[in-house]
Design a protein around this ligand. Structure first.
Ligand code: NDP
Length: 458
């Protein structure tokens, strides 16, 4: 891998292929301007302009806002969920329990990425770099979950201690994550691991967005470690800990359903971990505050919040009510996975598969750079009904696992409302990326499948 100093890069003229690419892009734009635009193109053009305005707003306003708002918000949430614990400022720095727990868990998760296992090669980056991942997600998940449950034999109060020290654990995670993001910023600015040329932005925005797509540290892919092995697994451990901590006052069917649904969702994630390497988190998001702090701190604090809240505020649901919610939530998880699976199957078979009992229909596309046939766009199955139905069912599952907190105000539903914003924003980010990648084929796909998440509504 070529290592270059990005400072030098900005001072020297852009390398020839970039100049060529920019010239080609300009020519394409001029050609497009000369041709009369169709109604669909005009519509998509105006959507793109709106989106680019949102992007500028996001760079200039949202990034700094997130940094100053969301970082302390986790402590406020932790306090609101467990008001019996006195608020002390030293929680921002962690305590010996939190630092020990975090260090042991980080080393454990690192260990599973370093032991010999199958290697999965992810989709190549736009620079042609092929990221490599350890393909042992399910082994890691089951080993960690059973070890955690087994630890209760020698340390019966472990879950209770996690609950009581939640704010301190978040303090430790926060310090660690901000340090890691600073290291990633430094690496990306001064010692990038690929020859990618990234235009300079304000440093705060670079810290927020991240610099590199697939940086490696200590021999592992940073995003596999932060997103999959730490974020998703802490989510699982915390909700089990909160269920055990809440169970001191007797079993609550609502809380059990809440944790069971999330457990199915997380187990499915690890079972499908290699599929995750094709998602936007990996292929589009750079390793920085947004994704790495998000997975190291925001996921443990916020994604687990409905379960955390139910410890001090017991669910009012009867066993029957909890069962119905469980079934609806299960439907959400299954269909969400089904939508993702249709795309995976379609890609693995290069379109030679059946969806909903019929041969899959698709739109051919052309790679803008090589002018050769590229990835096909599915027109059948769920992908022919709306362009992001996986998001819709993801929201349904989330609503159902938040529902046992009904009657306790908005707090148990925070994750659901956050997810609406996240996934709607993601629709636009994804479509921006697809428009850039597929051009006219994407316009045609949007014409044939006009709705994003809910047919006839959005
Ligand atoms: P998708 O799995 O929908 O992937 C979008 C990509 O799929 C596009 O960029 C494009 O990529 C490809 N694509 C889009 N339309 C088509 C089509 N018609 N035919 C073939 N390929 C198509 O999105 P995400 O990566 O965002 O989400 C993956 C999963 O993760 C979902 O289940 C989602 O709900 C979940 N998720 C959960 C979140 C959470 O916080 N709980 C957050 C975000 C996602 P390409 O360039 O390969 O063509």
């Amino acid at each position: 891998m070529a290592r270059r100093h990005s400072k030098k890069k900005t001072a020297t003229p852009a390398p020839a292929p970039i100049e060529k690419k920019m010239r080609q892009h300009k020519q394409q734009q001029q050609q497009q301007q000369q041709q009369p635009a169709t109604a669909a193109e005009k519509k998509s053009e105006s959507q793109t302009t709106t989106w680019s305005r949102i992007k500028h707003f996001s760079n200039d306003v949202i990034a700094p806002f997130f940094l100053v708002f969301f970082t302390p918000a986790i402590q406020i949430l932790a306090h609101l969920g467990n008001p019996a614990a006195p608020f002390q400022w030293d929680r921002l720095l962690g305590n010996s329990f939190s630092w020990t727990a975090v260090a042991v868990f980080f080393l454990w998760s690192l260990f599973f990425l370093l032991i010999p296992s199958r290697t999965f090669v992810g989709p190549p980056s736009p620079m042609g770099y092929k990221p490599e991942y350890a393909d042992n997600g399910m082994v890691y998940y089951t080993a960690t979950l059973f070890t955690y449950l087994g630890l209760h034999v020698i340390y019966p109060d472990l879950s209770l201690d996690i609950y009581d020290n939640m704010a301190y654990i978040l303090g430790s995670l926060n310090i660690f994550a901000l340090t890691l993001c600073t290291v990633l910023l430094f690496m990306g600015r001064n010692r990038p691991q690929t020859s990618e040329v990234l235009p300079r932005s304000p440093m705060l925005f670079e810290f927020y967005r991240g610099m590199e797509l697939h940086p490696r540290l200590l021999g592992v892919d940073v995003k596999q470690w932060t997103n999959c092995r730490v974020g998703m697994m802490i989510w699982q451990i915390f909700i089990v800990a909160f269920l055990i901590a809440g169970g001191r006052q007797g079993i609550s069917p609502g809380h059990v359903t809440n944790v069971l649904l999330q457990t199915i969702y997380i187990a499915k994630f690890f079972w499908w971990e290699t599929g995750y390497f094709n998602t936007l988190d990996i292929t589009l998001d750079r390793a920085g505050y947004y994704i790495c702090w998000g997975c190291l701190v925001w996921v443990p604090a916020f994604y687990t919040y409905s379960s955390y809240y139910l410890v001090a505020n017991r669910s009012h649901f009867s066993a029957q009510g909890a069962f119905v919610i469980g079934l609806l939530g299960l439907l959400g998880v299954v269909v969400n996975y089904w939508v993702d699976y249709e795309k995976q199957l379609f890609r693995e078979t290069d379109g030679k598969c059946r969806l909903w009992g019929k041969p899959a229909k698709f739109l051919p596309t052309v790679d803008k750079k090589t002018k050769k046939p590229s990835t096909k766009l599915i027109l059948s199955g769920f992908w022919g009904v709306a362009r992001h139905l996986n998001y819709t069912f993801e929201l349904m599952a989330a609503l159902m696992w938040c529902f046992p907190g009904y009657g306790h105000g908005i707090w148990p539903f925070l994750y659901f409302f956050f997810l609406i914003v996240l996934l709607v924003h993601r629709c636009y980010r994804d479509e921006d990326k697809c428009m850039d990648k597929y051009g006219p084929a994407w316009v045609e796909y949007c014409k044939r499948v006009p709705y994003r998440m809910i047919p006839y509504v959005f």
